[in-house]
Design a protein around this ligand. Structure first.
Ligand code: HAM
Length: 420
């Protein structure tokens, strides 16, 4: 039977690659003082319909829909931000601010499967809640940059494209006029953000056609998109990153506006310099989401980003230094370090005691479950990537230890084995 398209099997080699990414993410997040949290895989549909917005709402996998009147419609989580906002709003008083939380969950989106886009993926989220100063934006961008540096990528390989919805909001208020003469609404503004979000990839005529509703031309919008003047909001963030020595990783780029509805101020996306991949990460400020979630009871500024494992692994495969680091880590994940070869079957009980002892002392140890020729056992040791073969035979209670890479052999006492 075939696997459903877009969902993922993780054979051991795939699992090792995913674990490399997860361990790197967790290690860097902890280095920056972020703590891990998680939430449910299924949330109410309403949470995403109301809070995510944009294309995401059409990509939900619904679950638990029953015919009972009033039954709650559920959806597999397509992102974490609404869950995080819900969780923090519910127990806000229990936590000192600012909160620095991260998670590495898997998400589900009903997308057309293509390179870097699956229906199931892992995504690192780092979020800071309860801090409105630009220092928080810089801290978030720094941890994001360091996630990629820790994978062996440099400023030659990727760039953070930094932008601001506030800048676009000001632009919209200054330039837009509804063709029907009505006053501009928040929905108009979001519609405009979505036009900007697509403008980089869409033909200018198409952008021009959708902008007529707001009496704007594609040229004015495209000219603002290409301007490189940082707003007052962005200047201190850039200066902070420069002070950390991370300035080269960031470029001002007003083409970025982000698709999701909840973003309010600074927004950004991370791309490979070669532009072979879709965004590896994206995020920004969502200062109004907690208030929206709690009907105004909790009002905390917030910001965060998500980084996907699918795009990241595609990118690492393309950059030789990063690929070598990934491959070396995966190679070190082989099944065992020591392989106990039972050369005399009548010594199996003693071998079992030794195997148990080695495992108790934390050594990754394996052995043949069924009697086998010595040659076959050595072959198994090689296949499993063992460093040493410990041979239990004639010499017992002494054992022969063979270094498999060099074929070097020595005899050691039972006591010395624990030092291997
Ligand atoms: P997003 O831009 O939808 O943001 O996703 C962030 C990253 O997740 C993307 O850049 C991409 O690497 C990965 N990703 C998204 N969809 C897929 C897919 N179908 N297949 C593979 N990878 C995918 C968010 O989700 C926001 N909630 C991030 C955030 C956190 N904002 C604030 N805090």
């Amino acid at each position: 039977m075939d696997k459903l398209p877009g969902f993922r099997d993780f054979y051991p080699a795939d699992c090792a690659r995913r674990n490399y990414v997860l361990e790197t993410w967790r290690g860097v997040a902890r280095r920056y003082g972020f703590v891990e949290f998680d939430g449910p895989v299924v949330e109410s549909m309403e949470l995403y319909e109301k809070k995510s917005g944009g294309e995401l709402v059409g990509q939900l996998f619904t679950v638990g829909v029953t015919a009972e009147p009033g039954a709650v419609k559920g959806a597999l989580r397509p992102e974490m931000t609404p869950t995080l906002a819900r969780m923090v709003a519910a127990r806000e008083r229990d936590f000192k601010k600012p909160l620095k939380w991260f998670c590495v969950p898997n998400f589900f989106r009903h997308e057309r499967q293509q390179r870097g886009r699956l229906r199931e993926f892992c995504q690192l989220n780092c979020d800071i809640i309860g801090e409105s100063s630009p220092a928080a934006d810089a801290e978030l961008l720094a941890v994001q940059i360091d996630m990629l540096r820790a994978c062996g990528l440099t400023e030659r390989d990727f760039v953070v494209r930094l932008s601001s919805r506030t800048a676009w909001q000001d632009f919209f208020q200054a330039n837009a006029k509804r063709a029907d003469g009505a006053a501009l609404t928040a929905d108009d503004e979001y519609e405009f953000f979505q036009i900007v979000d697509k403008a980089e990839r869409a033909p200018a005529e198409k952008t021009g056609a959708v902008l007529t509703k707001f009496s704007m031309s594609a040229d004015t919008v495209l000219a603002f998109m290409l301007s490189k003047e940082p707003t007052a909001e962005l200047t201190p963030i850039i200066a902070d990153l420069q002070a950390r020595g991370l300035g080269a990783f960031v470029e001002l780029d007003y083409a970025i506006v982000r698709g999701l509805a909840y973003y309010t101020g600074v927004v950004f996306e991370v791309f490979d310099r070669a532009k072979n991949e879709r965004a590896v990460a994206g995020g920004g400020r969502y200062d109004r989401l907690l208030s929206l979630m709690s009907d105004g009871k909790v009002d905390l500024p917030a910001l965060g980003f998500g980084m996907g494992d699918v795009v990241l692994l595609n990118l690492l495969d393309e950059i030789p230094a990063a690929k070598a680091k990934l491959d070396a880590w995966c190679a070190a994940q082989h099944a065992c370090d020591l392989y106990v070869v039972i050369a005399k079957e009548e010594l199996r009980p003693q071998a079992l005691a030794l195997v148990q002892e080695l495992r108790d002392s934390g050594k990754r140890t394996d052995f043949a479950l069924a009697p086998a020729k010595v040659g076959k056992q050595f072959q198994a040791a090689e296949n499993l990537g063992a460093r040493l073969a410990v041979v239990i035979g004639e010499e017992w209670p002494r054992v022969k230890v063979k270094t498999l890479a060099t074929r070097e052999e020595r005899e050691v006492s039972r006591e010395e084995i624990s030092q291997l």
